[in-house]
Design a protein around this ligand. Structure first.
Ligand code: ATP
Ligand code: MG
Ligand code: FE
Length: 333
């Protein structure tokens, strides 16, 4: 059974082709990072236009990579939210066109469920239930994944998402956009305890997060360095900031897994490719007999494979979309 998955929620035009929900036949990602870098972030109008220009080429490339024709596709899945409305609409329109022209069923995929589904191709034996940790550009969620595409959010961010915090602090310390990978790299040369950024746990027992204070703390640190005539050590700042974010995420995810009796934590989203997060959560997990699943970085950030995989399992439950499918920019988990 062959599923085609289309992703265009933000700045990646991506199409994946997956056999039987688990085997990757093609994974084509056209990133727009180069264009948006000039503006220090994603510009919605530019993103939509680029998706439109890219999508047909990405489709041809994906079919070529999978060595199939469009006639061999059995199902088409597409991200319908959350994301930028104009960007989402390009993928949704393309998916509807393929579904109509080839007379194959259409499935609407929640982008966040997609991120989790990336693990099903990376770990072919993995099945729900498990504890999910979704850390991305727009989300920081601890979710109890009860079944394919069925998640209960136990905690989420009250302000900035983890990825957003990385991007903001990167800008403050002059590392530029996109910040996550740059902070990750710079941190390797720094001392994670050079600056003790506050660890924000909120109320005892809460699985929610708050990262907005970190940007201000980083700014304050820079200002006090300047006033004292001291040089700013970018590597130390990156390492110290990263340690503060990662420590809170790891401790909350482990607590949630233990409270809900789960011995597996499944990571997803762009920040799940952070090397320190991957290392610390594995070490902590080991202490409590918790196995940690972490997709290769390629499958942590946005891709079409994860959408195809999620669509396959929705199809199995008989959840199809019709020609009236619309994008929902604010779609909840
Ligand atoms: P969402 O999935 O919530 O809609 P998104 O699709 O924009 O948001 P992703 O593509 O999953 O987010 O992830 C992008 C985010 O991941 C960016 O904020 C980026 O800085 C961050 N990121 C990527 N690599 C790393 C890394 N190595 N360390 C920390 N953050 C990273
Ligand atoms: Mg992106
Ligand atoms: Fe994403």
């Amino acid at each position: 059974h062959i599923t085609l998955g289309i992703e265009s929620s933000c700045d990646e035009t991506a199409i994946g082709i997956v056999a039987d929900g688990r085997e990757v036949l093609a994974n084509v990602i056209s990133s727009q990072i180069d264009i948006h870098t000039a503006f220090g972030g994603v510009v919605p109008e530019i993103a939509s236009r680029r998706h439109l220009e890219n999508i047909n080429g990405v489709l041809s490339q994906a079919l070529e990579e999978a060595q199939i024709t469009i006639n061999e596709v059995d199902l088409v899945g597409v991200t319908y939210g959350p994301g930028l409305v104009g960007a989402l609409l390009v993928g949704v329109a393309a998916a509807k066109a393929i579904s109509f022209a080839k007379d194959i069923p259409l499935v609407a995929v929640n982008h966040m469920h997609g991120h989790i589904a990336a693990n099903y191709v990376e770990y072919p034996e993995l099945e729900p239930p498990f504890m999910g940790l979704v850390v991305s550009g727009g989300h920081t969620n601890i979710v109890f994944v009860k079944d394919y595409n069925q998640c209960e959010t136990l905690g989420e961010t009250r302000d900035d998402a983890a990825g957003e915090a990385f991007d903001k602090v990167a800008r403050v310390i002059g590392l530029g956009y996109p910040g996550g990978p740059k902070v990750d790299r710079a941190a390797k040369e720094g001392d994670p305890h050079a600056i003790e950024f506050k660890r924000v746990y909120l109320e005892p027992g809460s699985y929610d997060f708050s990262f907005s204070g970190l940007k201000t703390a980083a700014l304050n640190h820079i200002n006090s360095c300047r006033q004292a005539g001291k040089e700013i050590n970018v590597a130390d700042m990156a390492a110290s900031f990263q340690e503060a974010v990662v420590e809170v995420i790891v401790n909350k995810a482990i607590s949630a897994a233990r409270e809900f009796g789960q011995n597996r934590i499944v990571m997803a989203g762009g920040v799940a490719s952070n090397s320190r997060l991957r290392e610390m959560i594995r070490e902590e997990g080991e202490k409590y007999g918790i196995q940690v699943m972490q997709p290769r970085p390629l499958y942590c950030t946005d891709n079409g494979v994860m959408i195809a995989c999620s669509a396959y399992y929705k199809m199995k439950k008989g959840e199809f979309a019709g020609p009236d499918l619309d994008a929902i920019p604010g779609l909840e988990f």
